[in-house]
Ligand binder design. Structure first.
Ligand code: CDP
Length: 570
């Protein structure tokens, strides 16, 4: 059977990104690949574990077509490393940090090995004894989790990830750790811990204390003794205060994550990967991939049949990645092979909504996204169950504990940010709304170029309201809202991350989480510069109540030297 491949044209931006960081290069640094060759390299490598199966050649050609058509893209390490000497294909890792010198510096070393191959690492510092606790071997006092976190930060700074991307870390501390206030304030000084995202792991017990307006206990993780207590409101207000100031720390709802732990027999979740979409057990890794939903709207309807075919193939692709992966250390290989987690997600969700004529901030828009995510989850699970029949369920599956049907992968879905892969696919990132509709790009010799959203340009031209002058005004105001030449309907449909309310952002995250996401979702709750601390406080409460497993808020312009802004990008 010949596999049909849809023709694709890459944008100039996509080509530039690919040439700089994805295509293999010769000794002089010149790219020796193009998009087709890259897709063949990746498809051939990822199909290889199936070489003994009857449908091997067909599957290999389907994998090629899947990526080449931009219907689905795996995470960057897979695109960069598959079929090369590096062969490490995953984006997400969580490494344990044990409370000993040996444990801490083993984690530093393992993190360095992961970063070298393009992966990101999450660490929980919750197991480390608090600052000033006794150290029996030296009869001294402990310097505390934060001083060790600084070592991880410096190590990351020193290693560039395979020369292609800088290392990224997530640092997590439980809200009941005695050093929690130091942790919350650690990034107040914006020159410190720049290679980390910091998130506070908030427990249900803490939330209850917050609702009851009372104190909660701080527990020494080594002795398990209650060493003191803090007022929950004071701690929460400090998190809110600093998140309002510069977007950190984020919050993770760790009990919600552990309630959904598919393999509690192997341990508890303590941390996520750097962008928060993947909860993992210590030493687990996970490879991600995203279906480009913008490619699945035909004549104003979602093509569910094609979406199902793509989901089946994408699930099999990600499952195969586990078998052809070269893991950085044996412990990671062992844990990853036990649970075989994959992170199938989406990108171009806003492109889908726009093509369906729905606003990101509408009930109908949310309903559609939830339905699509649920559909992907269902088909992916069916595929994983089918794969288990052929290749066996994940080895840690225990029918006495795991009540679901035996499947090949302990976790199936999560929504990654798609920071770079969405640039290759030319679509809105992950489940985010577009950040702007018209941007000014500063090109060489001081010229400015207007970059207009492809859907908006098409509609504006078709309906006769396109003009360079209007586009310049949209770029200048940072929004399509309020320009009278633009019909109100399109003003609503082309609302961006800054035009919609924080509640709209959270509702979308919440509904996606509830409807079809096993692990978690990377999403920013954007707020205008004028947002108050009370707005941030209410956002966290709403996220918790909607069952989100974490929340990141960002107030426009609050971080020094903010790179991305609605009006210009260079
Ligand atoms: O689009 P791409 O596949 O490059 O990555 P992403 O979706 O923006 O990020 C997915 C995950 O890759 C993050 O959550 C991190 O775990 C990891 N990552 C990293 O380690 N270093 C980076 N510079 C970017 C992402």
């Amino acid at each position: 059977m010949t596999v049909e491949t849809r023709k694709v044209s890459l944008t100039e931006t996509a080509e530039t990104v690919l040439q700089r960081r994805y295509y293999l290069k010769d000794a002089q640094g010149h790219p020796v690949e193009n998009w087709e060759k890259l897709c063949r390299r990746v498809a051939n490598a990822v199909a290889l574990p199936d070489r003994e199966l009857d449908d091997y050649e067909e599957v290999r050609d389907h994998f090629f077509s899947l990526i080449y058509s931009l219907d689905f893209l795996p995470n960057s390490p897979c695109l960069m490393n598959a079929g090369t000497g590096i062969g490490q294909l995953s984006a997400c890792f969580v490494l344990p940090v044990e409370d000993s010198m040996e444990g801490i510096f083993t984690a530093v070393k393992n993190g360095a090995l992961v970063h070298k191959t393009g992966g990101g690492t999450g660490y929980s510092f919750s197991r480390l004894r608090p600052r000033n606790a006794t150290v029996s071997s030296t009869q001294g006092v402990a310097s505390g989790p934060l001083s060790f976190a600084a070592v991880f930060d410096v190590a990351t700074e020193t290693i560039k990830q395979g020369g292609k991307r800088r290392g990224a870390n997530m640092g997590v501390m439980r809200v009941d750790h005695p050093d929690i206030m130091d942790f919350i304030c650690a990034k107040e000084d914006q020159t410190r811990f720049n290679n980390f995202n910091f998130s506070v792991a908030i427990t249900d017990e803490f939330m209850q204390a917050l609702y009851d307006e009372r104190e909660y206990a701080l527990v020494d993780p080594v002795t398990k003794e209650i060493v003191s207590s803090l007022n929950a409101r004071t701690v929460f207000d400090k998190i809110v205060d600093l998140a309002w100031h510069n977007g950190e720390p984020g919050v993770l709802f760790i009990d919600a994550a552990n309630r959904a732990n598919p393999t509690p027999q192997l341990g508890e979740f303590e941390a996520t990967n750097p962008c928060g979409e993947q909860w993992l057990l210590p030493y687990e890794s996970c490879n991600l991939g995203s279906i480009n939903l913008g490619n699945f709207v035909e004549g104003g309807r979602v093509d569910y049949d094609r979406l199902a075919r793509t989901t089946r193939l994408a699930t099999r692709f990600l499952d195969n990645v586990i078998d052809c992966n070269v893991f950085p250390i044996p412990e990671i290989k062992e844990m990853t092979m036990k649970t075989r987690k994959i992170g199938l997600g989406i990108m171009g969700m806003h492109d889908m909504l726009i093509q369906m004529g729905l606003s990101y901030a509408s009930n109908e828009g949310r309903k559609l996204c939830a339905e699509v995510m649920k559909y992907i989850r269902t088909i992916s699970e069916e595929t994983s169950i089918e794969l288990a029949k052929v290749k066996g369920p994940f080895p840690a599956f225990d029918p006495a504990i795991n009540t679901y049907t035996p499947r090949r992968n302990a976790a199936l879905t999560s929504i990654q940010p798609t920071g770079t892969v969405s640039m290759i696919a030319d679509c809105a990132s992950g489940c985010e709304p577009y950040f702007s509709i018209v941007m000014v790009k500063h090109v060489m010799d001081g010229d400015k170029l207007l970059m207009v959203n492809k859907h908006f340009e098409e509609i504006a031209r078709a309906e006769g309201f396109y003009s360079t002058e209007l586009m310049a005004r949209v770029a200048d105001s940072g929004t399509v809202v309020g320009h009278e030449e633009i019909p109100v309907k399109w003003q609503e449909i082309f609302c961006t991350a800054q035009d919609i309310t924080p509640s709209d952002h959270i509702q979308m995250q919440g509904i996606l989480q509830q409807s079809g996401v096993d692990s978690s979702i990377s999403k920013t709750i954007n707020m205008p510069n004028t947002a108050t601390k009370e707005d941030v406080r209410l956002a966290y409460l709403m996220g918790y109540e909607m069952g989100c497993k974490g929340l990141t808020v960002y107030r426009d312009g609050s971080r020094d030297g903010q790179v991305l802004n609605t009006k210009s990008a260079s």
